[in-house]
Design a protein around this ligand. Structure first.
Ligand code: NAD
Length: 701
């Protein structure tokens, strides 16, 4: 075996008469510029060497390639020659046989690279996929033309329009997989290449083959309808279908050309920009500016949860799901039993759908130690409090935790609004206190706001972020303020929606306008779903605490009639038994009309555009203040909060991304218009950070 490294990103070795080109760009062999150059140089060297009769291309035994090198995204290197289509063309046209040896992931450009090789030897557990559609794109290096030739029309359509990866073993018998092995894929590929040479087999190029597509027309018709319905106006999924369809009718090179054109066109759509923004945002959120990499992490082996209500139960499930035991504490046996029964019911519902076995249900339930005694928490490494949202109750809980928990245990609160610094001060160890703000249902929603108190220790913060990842959440750091990032912004959004009703809109108009914008549900439908009574009680309590008479808003008038939303059969809308669809209700129209009359408001027409502008720009304006105060480290963190916790439409990339897309100057102008109206709320004044961003050319740092 001879070794030489013309290029560090590609290791060139020889096994007998076979040249082995090993991709070497950790962690996932991203196809950056240096690696692309390395592959081409390695191939040229193998072709020039008369002692070499075949080539194996591999990423070794761990990972073939995760596709484009995300570190080069948006830099000139990402498109510099040799680009990926050129590299693939070189491999495919090689006169000496080229065999891919694949283990681990082969995704996106990584799979397209392998499709350019003449044969493929795979580890059975390798994962193959073309996920570009998830970034609002399509495979841009031949994937739409070569994959259908390898696996047939139907499978290619499914993979490319869904972006979901599949295990190598599922492709047995197709031209994607020539040999499956359990171990040592490189040796197997070398042996394969030697056999190909010995048997004098001519390189098999996918480009020369026809697509296997019985009944293509009816398949395409079905897929077009299905994809169009699911895509909700997004261009990429349908473009994927059409380019794959080209593989049936167009000459190969023409198909490639159309694929490239479509790829470039999709690259500049707002939807793709938003999707790529979200991808980058998720990577950035884990980096905390003043938290050095390598900050130690505390070991979490056992968790305590206080309160087995709506949130406590869901929070508990997160840890059971990753095999961590949970001590669950309540004050009353009845509440504890109710909480346990709810967790069990949730798991059994999952088992009924076939997504887990009854045995797994029992295993998870067995990880819970229910208790009514604080002494049961002496050994836990982390405890999360999810009791009533009341500072006095939180004080009782944290004083007791301080007394019983072992040194080094992390004490966390799931509070939605309360001052975490005050909560930390109830203990003698404020450095160990952090906020872990889950969203309901806590076992489902992806967002976790990690609230950093003034005294929170770096290793506590680092542990919270790492734990978030373990339980598969999108963890975003927030500083301390009323409502943290998400609920503080939500208050502005809700106020804007209510003001629109007072001004002249109807609840259904506001809901429908925001649903057309892309929210799954408008704010009044959300209110009816969540229950209106909690907000009513909070407003009354706040007035009492402030020593001022309570001045009921429209929502309070609705609650006064016992209408608390879906659970009472009516709220902002009325509901018919067993139907979730809201029905506009003249009773509510009358309450609104009476309210306007009492306030001396003459209703005016409100356009759908105004609804979206007021509600979404209210979010943006408060987000900019949150950014300026350092409550959020970056605008993209705010976007993640809204996308993962509040149903903001994914394809718009979050409120701050949307503001940049429409132009900060446009946002500022609208806010100035709203602020200039007689009697306007002061919160409409554009945040200084937005004014600055608009003046500096439209970006938000
Ligand atoms: P909940 O009323 O459903 O549950 C609270 C539970 O805590 C009850 O089972 C109660 O018996 C128990 N409890 C009360 N005092 C206790 C004590 N001293 N010791 C032990 N247990 C006690 O309330 P929830 O909706 O689960 O909210 C809990 C916390 O989570 C609150 O701080 C809330 O602001 C926050 N939160 C709620 C949501 C939500 O959507 N519901 C979302 C995020 C955060």
């Amino acid at each position: 075996m001879s070794t030489d490294a013309p290029n560090e990103a590609l290791i060139y070795t020889r096994r007998g008469a076979v040249a082995v080109l090993t991709l070497n760009n950790p962690p996932v062999n991203g196809l950056g510029y240096a690696l692309r150059c390395g592959i081409v140089a390695g191939l040229e060297r193998a072709l020039a060497d008369t002692e070499v009769s075949a080539v194996v291309l591999t990423g070794g035994e761990k990972v073939f390639s995760g596709g484009a090198d995300v570190r080069e995204f948006g830099t000139p290197k990402s498109t510099m020659s040799p680009n990926l289509p050129e590299v693939i063309r070189a491999l495919e046209s090689s006169p000496k046989p080229v065999v891919a040896a694949m283990a681990g992931h082969a995704l996106g450009g990584g799979l397209e690279l392998a499709l350019g090789c003449h044969w493929r030897v795979l580890r059975r557990d390798a994962t193959l996929g073309l996920p570009e559609v998830k970034l609002g794109l399509l495979p841009g290096a031949g994937g739409t033309q070569r994959l259908p030739r390898a696996v047939g029309l139907q499978t290619a359509l499914e993979m490319i329009t869904s972006g979901e990866p599949r295990k190598a073993a599922t492709f047995a018998g197709s031209l994607l997989v020539d040999e499956l092995v359990d171990t040592d894929v490189v040796s197997a590929a070398v042996a394969f290449a030697e056999r190909a040479v010995a048997e004098g087999r001519a390189p098999r190029r996918l480009r020369d083959l026809a697509v296997d597509a019985p009944d293509a027309e009816s398949q395409l018709t079905q897929v077009r309808a299905k994809v169009a319905a699911a895509a909700k106006g997004q261009p990429a999924p349908l473009a994927c279908v059409e380019r794959v369809a080209d593989s049936l009718t167009l000459p190969f090179d023409e198909g490639l050309k159309r694929e490239r054109e479509t790829f470039l066109a999709l690259m500049v759509t707002p939807e793709s920009r938003a999707a790529r923004h979200v991808f980058a945002a998720e990577r950035a959120a884990g980096k905390i500016p003043d938290l050095p990499e390598g900050t130690p992490i505390r070991d979490i082996r056992q968790v305590g949860v206080i309160g087995a209500g709506t949130m406590g139960g869901g929070i508990t499930m997160n840890f059971l799901n990753i095999g961590l035991p949970v001590v669950l504490l309540e004050t009353q046996q009845e509440a504890l039993d109710r909480g346990l029964a709810t967790i069990r019911r949730n798991y059994e519902a999952t088992a009924k759908k076939g997504r887990m076995t009854q045995e797994q249900v029992e295993q998870r339930m067995a990880l819970i130690t229910p208790t009514l005694e604080y002494a049961g928490l002496a050994e836990v490494d982390l405890v999360i409090e999810a009791v009533f949202e009341n500072l006095a109750v939180k004080e009782q809980v944290f004083t007791q935790l301080d007394a019983v928990c072992k040194p080094g245990a992390i004490l966390a609160s799931n509070t939605s609004y309360l001052d975490l610094n005050k909560i930390a001060a109830f203990t003698r160890r404020p450095a160990d206190v952090v906020g872990l703000h889950f969203f309901s249902p806590a076992n489902v929603m992806r967002l976790l706001e990690v609230v950093r108190g003034a005294a929170t220790a770096p290793d506590v913060l680092a542990t919270a972020m790492a734990l978030g990842k373990k339980i598969k959440k999108v963890a975003v750091v927030s500083g301390v303020c009323d409502g943290f990032i998400g609920n503080r912004m939500l208050a502005r959004y809700g106020a804007a929606a209510n003001a629109l009703i007072v001004a002249g809109a109807t609840p259904q108009q506001v809901d429908q306008a925001l649903e057309r914008f892309g929210f799954a549900m408008g704010p009044f439908r959300v209110g009816d779903l969540a229950g209106l009574d909690i907000g009513w009680a909070t407003r009354k309590r706040r007035a009492e605490e402030a020593g001022v008479p309570h001045d009921p808003v429209i929502a309070d008038r609705i609650c006064e009639l016992g209408r608390f939303g879906q659970k009472t059969g009516s709220g902002w809308y009325r509901y018919e038994a067993g139907v979730r669809e809201p029905i506009p209700d003249p009773v509510v129209d009358q309450i609104i009309a009476d309210y306007r009359a009492a306030k001396g408001v003459t209703p005016r027409p409100v356009s759908d555009e105004e609804v979206v502008q007021r509600c979404v720009f209210a979010l943006v304006n408060e987000g900019a203040r949150i950014l300026a105060e350092g409550i959020a480290a970056r605008a993209s963190d705010i976007d993640l909060v809204y996308l993962n916790g509040y149903g903001f439409p994914k394809h718009r990339g979050g409120p701050m991304c949307y503001a940049i897309e429409v132009g900060l100057a446009t946002v500022v102008q609208a806010l100035q218009r709203f602020a200039a109206e007689p009697g306007a709320d002061a919160s409409w004044q554009p945040a200084p950070r937005l004014l600055q961003g608009a003046a500096e050319g439209g970006s938000l740092r």
